[in-house]
Design a binder for this molecule. Sequence first.
Ligand SMILES: *Cc1c(COP(=O)(O)O)cnc(C)c1O
Length: 382
Amino acid sequence: MSEKKIWLSSPHMGGSEQKYISEAFDQNWIAPLGPNVNGFEKDLQSYLKKENIHVAALSSGTASLHLALILAGVERGDEVLCQSLTFAASANPIVYQGATPVFIDSEEETLNISPVFLEEAIQDRISKGKKPKALIAVHLYGMPYKVDEVHEVALRYGIPVIEDSAEALGSSYKGQKCGTFGDFAVLSFNGNKIITTSGGGALVTKSEELKRQAVFLATQARDEAPHYQHSHIGYNYRLSNIAAGIGRGQMEVLEEHVSKRREMNQFYKGLFGTVKGVKVFSEPENTYFSNHWLTVIKSEENGVFKTEDLRLFLENENIESRPLWKPMHLQPVFKDAPFYGNGVAESAFKNGLCLPSGSNLSQEEKKRISDAILSFLKTKML
Ligand SMILES: *Cc1c(COP(=O)(O)O)cnc(C)c1O
């Protein structure tokens, strides 16, 4: 294992990030406000290309979800619907609010929230006396969820949608960018995401007033007064001007990152194309456009190989791959939360694998990956 480690997804700088950081230093804008914060918000707004979109740059995707729940009116004792197959950060802020998550299974095509179990859950919760206060739906690994079907159900029951687009900046559905569908949407710029600010996130709102409220809460909820006066509980959730500078540089290379990651998806389709019983997840229809943040494969139960064997084989070659998110309803910490579904998320977790998908993988690294996968397949079939 002398060769360098190949990561699942690692930060990829474009080059102009340092220019924005230097500007911040030169002007002594090191605080959590300043020209880069405003500039980064503008860049995101114009990238999302939707009217009436207002972006607040925050310290993380998790913080953005938390503020979305607060602004959606989620309080102690409420229930919030949430996709089960996701990263824990989608669900944790529900508990920060003292509310209870109600987890929903995935459908097979996009691995995202099933509109069928969503409706079943809503009806059952209502029949038990409590209408869920909000829904968190996730574009997992960059693949848009079934936006029309999911939002139709939510709208019919008057439940606001928080769109967790942390993994899906650059994805779109029917030509509209992910991050613009929900009543609120959340982006993340953590280190392994499609663009990074080293750590950061954003909340997308549908009005200037909601953005103002988000920024108010994110900066310790200070009332207008010369002294420090508070009539609300506040948070320290604003993005720093330094991190936002990295974000501005990263926005210049976002489209390039998307096309590189999409190439990686094609690369794996080529490698696994003829292998029976293995599915490389791609868009189910051409109305979907995924940034393919991570390419996911799934092997059939009793298929030619176990994805865990492939993971171990790659690890031995110093190549990182990773099981899918372990569904929230199977997590010890959420063992008492209600769940509606029939095992799709669980089977994706058992038989799925995320493969190295970075936008910065070199030709040599790709060669090492394909050599490793081909020799693994040989051990299974010849
Ligand atoms: C990364 C991620 C988050 C949280 O974002 P952070 O910026 O890391 O707090 C939330 N949801 C999903 C699906 C994510 O992948």
